[in-house]
Design a protein around this ligand. Structure first.
Ligand code: AMP
Ligand code: ZN
Length: 495
């Protein structure tokens, strides 16, 4: 149920390099495109950090009353092993060649694994999950448009984007053509694609051959699409020529998203995306990890160093690895809540154990709260409303999830709020956090501990002595322990 009171939403926009007020193009609708996984190997918990970030963005906007439509694609062709320099084999083809399995079988297997693990992570399914291989005609059509507009040229069955003809190139990443040519981050090595006119140009279509399993016919001969064109083609098809938000991990800023802007804007003449939101990496200590198949670093490497979790480095941890170690995927989600999405987050034995403990404590606080059914119209108490406003402000301030988490923990224990309403409040917040707190069972029967019984006796004494101040303090203490106090002729009663 959307929250009635819209408050301003601010998002950090990579394009403008500042936090901006979010104004959707067609409110209340918000269109989001999120780059999905390349399904050639296991999808790891680093990838899931980025997908969880988008999940929070979507849930936050829904909480604020927006009607979100989320598209996350599946990359099953065209992503090369070295995407910055545009060299190496297609990742899917490489996996097929080295494992003897078919590229389609591999894509299907890892797509299933990703969907299963996304569900374990309580990531709400996107409204649409289009596959690149189902959109080859759309990619060919956009490539043709770019050729017609003199933004692309054909060489030996390959089609390249002519970067020098697109004046806005570099706006997102800061990698201007001049910088690229003088050896700045990126493409100075690209002479290896020998038929390009300039090193900064990139492929829209590549000629194929019998060594490949995935080939399609095109106006330029048999071949396959470049990686970037798939997102331009699918985002335009499903969200329109201009849409609100595009998300991905920080590494996608260049070249993937820079090239996406060049393609989409080049084809339509319109700026495709209003807000670019990028999440920082999950990194892993460069030291021996006891978990999963993590790479064991050399003993003489410093403990402080951290490296990106990535499939090419072989240091990945999967959601299934966490489960095998007895770590709840929700504990990993809790860990992600402890860092802002634009900061690196270090995954270590200590950090995940601390997160599991934090989650367990929150669950224990919730288990003692009484369950009552509230209707949507049941008014909130003033104290609960105050916490809701603080929560809504935190999530709307560029997804300040660490603050949102601490407010949730506070809400579970806030003795100014009746225990049953505390439960309602935490579940309201969990619509955004997504920690599956609604599955926390009430500890039944509710055992009244010695501690609570003693407090009740002390309170009866205090009331007899007309010591109202002490009696109120004791009532608050009892509330903190999860019980509501009622005064009857027989003395204090617990609810
Ligand atoms: P890929 O399957 O390689 O295209 O990656 C899917 C998504 O995961 C992209 O948005 C990447 O930017 C993101 N990603 C990859 N590695 C990490 C990491 N270690 N931490 C956070 N996000 C990552
Ligand atoms: Zn993409």
């Amino acid at each position: 149920m959307p929250t009635e009171n819209k408050i301003p939403v601010y998002l950090y926009n990579t394009l403008t390099r500042r936090k901006e007020l979010f104004i959707p193009l067609h409110p209340p609708r918000v269109g989001i495109y999120s780059c999905g996984p390349t399904v050639y190997k296991d999808i790891h918990i680093g990838n899931f950090r980025t997908f969880v970030m988008t999940d929070w963005l979507r849930r936050m906007l829904t909480y604020n009353g927006y009607d979100v439509y989320l598209v996350r694609n599946i990359t099953d062709v065209g992503h090369l092993q070295n995407d910055t320099e545009e060299s190496g084999e297609d990742k899917l083809e490489h996996e097929a060649r080295t494992t003897g399995r078919s590229a389609y079988e591999i894509a299907n297997y890892y797509t299933q694994q990703y969907m299963r693990d996304a569900d374990e992570m309580n990531i709400l399914p996107p409204d649409l999950s289009p596959k690149a291989t189902d959109h080859i005609p759309e990619m060919i059509a956009m490539t043709e448009q770019l050729v017609e507009r003199d933004l692309a040229y054909i060489r030996n069955g390959n089609v390249y984007y002519d970067v020098s003809h697109f004046s806005g190139y570099g706006a997102l990443s800061g990698n201007t053509v001049e910088q690229l040519r003088t050896g700045g981050h990126g493409r100075q090595q690209m002479e290896i694609a020998d038929d390009k006119d300039a090193p900064e140009d990139f492929a829209l279509w590549k000629h194929g051959g019998p060594e490949r399993q995935m080939n399609w016919s095109s106006p330029w001969g048999t071949g396959f699409p470049g990686w970037h064109i798939e997102c331009s083609a699918m985002a335009t098809k499903y969200l329109g020529e201009q849409f609100d938000i595009h998300t991905g991990g920080i590494d996608l800023t260049f070249p993937h998203h820079e090239d996406e802007i060049a393609q989409s804007e080049g084809a339509t003449g319109k700026q495709p995306v209003r807000y670019w939101v990028h999440g920082e990496f999950l990194v892993i200590g460069n030291r021996k990890m006891k978990v999963g198949n993590a790479q064991e670093a050399d003993d003489d490497e410093t403990q402080e160093q951290t490296i990106k979790m990535s499939r090419s480095k072989g240091n990945v941890i999967l959601v299934s690895t966490l489960k095998e170690l007895g770590i709840d995927p929700m504990a990993y989600r809790y860990l992600l809540l402890t860092a802002h999405y634009r900061s690196k987050l270090n995954f270590s034995d200590e950090s995940i154990i601390a997160a599991q403990n934090g989650l367990n404590n929150l669950r224990a606080d919730l288990a003692i709260l009484p369950r009552e059914t509230f209707t949507e119209d049941t008014p909130w108490s003033a104290e609960a409303e105050e916490m809701r406003t603080a929560f809504q402000k935190a999530i709307s301030d560029d997804l300040d999830m660490p603050v949102a988490l601490s407010l949730t923990r506070e809400a579970a224990r806030n003795n100014k709020i009746a225990p049953a309403e505390r439960w309602r409040l935490v579940l309201d917040f969990d619509r955004v956090l997504g920690l599956r707190l609604d599955s926390v069972e009430a500890s039944t029967p509710r055992v009244v501990s010695e501690e609570v019984q003693a407090l009740v006796r002390q309170r009866d004494e205090a009331r007899k002595a007309r010591n109202w101040k002490l009696s109120d303090q004791l009532r608050d203490q009892i509330r903190t322990l999860g019980f509501e106090v009622r005064d009857t002729a027989q003395g204090t009663e617990l609810a």
